[in-house]
Design a protein around this ligand. Structure first.
Ligand code: ADP
Ligand code: ASP
Ligand code: MG
Length: 437
């Protein structure tokens, strides 16, 4: 069994939906995971916002425009009246849910219901498009098998058991379609795997069915050696290890949701990143192997980083100080990205500053605290063996004109990260591109 995931742009119009139907319509067994059509989830987020703000007028405008867009897509997509009718009926169910929202009122739970409609719509359209092409497919309802446990993390056993139950019910079928991104939480309410989460759905499904391969189809030929939205002339990296890919995804390579790689790594399932716009292009293969011919493989950057500096003379020659610091972050469930220490100071970075006030208050008992917002982590990934001289020097030579606030190097042989003010990000990525590749 293969898992193939198509992102929003890949299914972003009637033409694209037909194109994807052509790519998946052969007989080899597969589970196809779909995102919402491009733009839909953003609009649904905006719709939920108008509900929260009590802006009934804007709510009506946005739902009306979205509905119009889907009516147009349905008209473009279907040639037969029977399939068009089925599409309109299914679509009406989704839009009825949206139109009824002002009566229900804004709650975080209702917001999740709103956000779930995009993937329900795209899978409906794909299923009916295949039907019109006389290709049999079964829609697997993600809300019945994709589930979070009490800790907010996907419940692998529940997913495997329930997904396999559906697959057994349709033994004769070789083409399954399901919704990315959406799931239920431990309380049984509709929830999601965070923005961009359809990639994660694909890897969770791949792990659950022990797929032979997971393919992530998007609008670019694989993972590039730098952020193509910022730097011109980036090129695809053909081979990446699981660890490199997770690190790049975590540090901002938007092509992959950061959690995608772990389930694949756990089960040794290769991930292939492919381009729907150019299906013949080789893309990127992510597996246990990386490219052993080069030292530097790729660069990524993550914004919205806050630095917390703790200055304390009590640190000098003391033990147990860092434990106290880490316990405070643990108490507020806030992960730390980078850390550097000297004799009397520790600097840490976080990307989630929702509990920053409480954290600073508690840390103040340990020393004086400084906070700086608006930073980016730039991460260089590759083979940086500690025995090789000059690799760190090459990186720093590239960024000699950029003020660097923190450095993380040596925790692994595979990456070097620097912290800079976000205003220098573009220049930093460009300089690294010119100097390393
Ligand atoms: P999808 O809707 O298919 O999930 P995304 O927009 O989430 O697609 O991800 C694909 C986009 O990621 C690309 O169009 C590209 O602009 C962006 N991107 C950022 N960093 C990278 C990178 N290192 N390599 C490739 N794409 C990247
Ligand atoms: N549709 C969701 C989003 O836009 C999930 C995804 O596309 O992966 O975030
Ligand atoms: Mg994505």
């Amino acid at each position: 069994m293969r898992v193939m995931k198509f992102g929003g742009t890949s299914v972003g119009s009637a033409v694209q939906i037909r194109k994807v139907a052509g790519l998946i319509g052969n007989k080899s067994p597969k589970i196809v995971v779909l995102s919402a059509m491009s733009g839909t989830t953003n609009t649904l987020v905006e719709i939920a916002g108008t509900l929260k703000d009590g802006d009934r007028f804007r709510f009506g405008e946005l739902v009306g425009q979205l509905e119009f867009k889907y009516v147009e897509t349905v008209n473009d997509l279907f040639g037969t009246e029977s399939c068009r009718r089925l599409a309109v009926d299914g679509m009406t169910d989704c839009f009825r849910t949206l139109w009824k929202m002002p009566q229900a009122g804004y709650t975080p739970e209702n917001e999740k219901v709103i956000l779930a409609q995009g993937e329900l719509l795209s899978t409906l359209l794909m299923h009916l498009c295949l039907k019109e092409m006389n290709i049999e497919s079964v829609v697997l309802p993600a809300l019945e098998f994709m589930r979070l446990g009490g800790n907010g993390e996907p419940d692998g056993r529940f997913i495997r058991r329930n997904l396999c139950k559906y697959l057994r019910q349709h033994r004769k079928c070789s083409l399954f379609i399901t919704q990315g991104y959406i799931c239920r939480n431990a309380a049984g309410e509709i929830d999601n795997l965070q923005r961009g989460g359809s990639d994660y759905t694909a890897s969770l499904i791949g792990a659950a069915v022990r797929a032979e391969e997971i393919q992530i189809w998007t609008d670019i030929d694989g993972l590039h050696n730098n952020d193509p939205r910022i730097v011109p002339n980036t090129v695809p990296v053909r081979l990446l290890s699981f660890d490199e890919a997770s690190r790049l995804a975590y540090f901002g390579a938007k092509i992959l949701h950061p959690a995608t790689i772990q389930p694949c790594k756990d089960h040794g399932i290769a991930v292939l990143l492919k381009n729907t716009m150019d299906p013949e292009a080789p893309g990127t293969t992510i597996s246990n192997r990386d490219d052993d011919t080069k030292s530097f493989h790729a660069v990524a950057a993550k914004d919205g980083i806050t630095v917390i500096r703790i200055h304390s003379a009590r640190m000098l020659m003391a033990y147990g100080f860092l434990r106290k610091v880490f316990e405070i972050f643990e108490q507020y469930r806030t992960p730390i990205d980078m850390i550097t220490t000297s004799e009397v100071a520790v600097s840490l970075t976080v990307d989630n500053d929702s509990h920053i006030d409480e954290i600073v208050r508690d840390l103040s008992a340990l020393g004086s605290i400084e906070i700086e917002r608006g930073n980016s982590i730039v991460c260089v990934v590759g083979r940086m063996e500690h025995g090789d001289a000059g690799l760190a020097a090459r990186v720093f030579e590239c960024v000699r004109g950029v003020p660097i606030k923190m450095i993380s190097y040596g925790a692994s042989h595979r990456s070097l990260a620097i912290l800079i003010d976000t205003e220098h990000k573009k220049r930093t990525l460009q300089c690294l591109n010119d100097g390393l590749f």
